[in-house]
Design a binder for this molecule. Structure first.
Ligand SMILES: [Fe+2]
Length: 319
């Protein structure tokens, strides 16, 4: 039974723009079991994405400043694929340029169908984008994309948009033309922006087998020895034939792109089957388990996680 004097006092506090800690008791006790997963597990098939991308190419003839990117919207969230990560697929037509801009949002590109004449220029550094290469766009770096080949190019876009927006730290600056400004005298180059697949694959092949992720390679920033970006870490996983992963629950959220092969990802009470070029979304604090039922073919997956943010804040947990 509520104490009438306390109720009156709560109202008095409210008029003074204060609130007793005791009013938050329900909020805190609801968190005894840990965080509530934000949004739903999700899958976007390559066939669906390509069908709609063909239409996007027809209705949006020029990419220019606004990129021709289809971003995946988790129906359980206001925005984003997870509560911290945006994910989608971008297409650039033959001969096309996506004009320069920069923003405090950081991004990575993982190339699905690239070529030697496909480039992103990042703060003056020219990064070629061939199949399965990883190219980083650290926050506030100028970037423009150019496809000088005669076929369309596709890549995975992953950004920390929901995180940066929720922290209310959004800055944006458009370029004044197709190309970005030339870096000035005070410019310090980035440690590493491009991770070619031909260098990554041998590192994956020398990785130890992990009970949860199969063979797993973590992309590293050579300047820090830590993750690729302060907000997003990138990984590649190889699930060998017959792999039945151990289940795991982490406070991190993650997105996956199937590079080769097929398999299933159990996420909470759902089982998502995936084939080549499908995309998967795993909310925070949901139990997951990978299975590759094939007797002959491995499954390769690229992934991006928000783990670096949680580790930096001392909030990462797994078990
Ligand atoms: Fe951008």
């Amino acid at each position: 039974m509520q104490n009438a004097a306390l109720e009156a006092f709560d109202e008095k506090l409210a008029r003074a723009h204060m609130r007793g800690q005791w009013k938050s008791e329900g909020f805190l006790s609801a968190a005894i079991g840990g965080p509530k997963p934000a949004g739903f597990p999700g899958k976007w098939t390559w066939a669906d994405v390509m069908g709609l991308m063909d239409e996007a190419g027809a209705v949006m003839r020029e990419s220019q400043q606004a990129r021709r990117a289809l971003m995946f919207h988790n129906p359980g969230l206001q925005r984003g694929a997870t509560h911290t990560i945006n994910m989608g697929v971008q297409m650039i037509m033959p001969g096309e340029t996506a004009w320069a801009h920069r923003h405090s949002i950081a991004a990575i590109r993982f190339i699905i169908e690239g070529n030697s004449a496909l480039t992103t220029i990042i703060d003056g550094e020219r990064c070629v984008m061939e199949d399965f290469d990883l190219v980083l766009t650290p926050n506030w770096s100028w970037h423009d994309h150019h496809n000088k080949a005669e076929k369309p190019a596709y890549w995975l876009d992953v950004l920390d948009v929901p995180l940066v927006l929720n922290l209310n730290q959004t800055f944006y600056e458009p370029g004044t033309g197709e190309d970005q400004p030339v870096p000035g005298a005070d410019f310090s180059p980035h440690a590493r922006l491009r991770y070619p697949w031909r260098e990554t694959e041998p590192l994956l092949r020398s990785a130890m087998l992990d009970a949860h992720d199969g063979y797993r390679h973590d992309y590293l920033n050579p300047a820090t020895g830590g993750p690729t970006l302060p907000t997003l870490s990138c990984h590649v996983l190889a699930l060998p034939p017959g792999f039945a992963g151990a289940p795991r629950r982490r406070t991190a959220s993650a997105v996956y792109f199937a590079m080769r092969g097929a398999g299933t990802l159990e996420v909470g009470d759902q089982t998502l089957s995936f084939n080549k070029s499908d995309s998967l979304v795993v909310p925070n604090f949901v139990r997951t388990r990978f299975v590759n039922a094939s007797n002959t073919d491995e499954a390769l997956l690229f992934s991006v996680e928000d783990t670096p943010v949680l580790k930096a804040l001392g909030l990462y947990r797994e078990g």
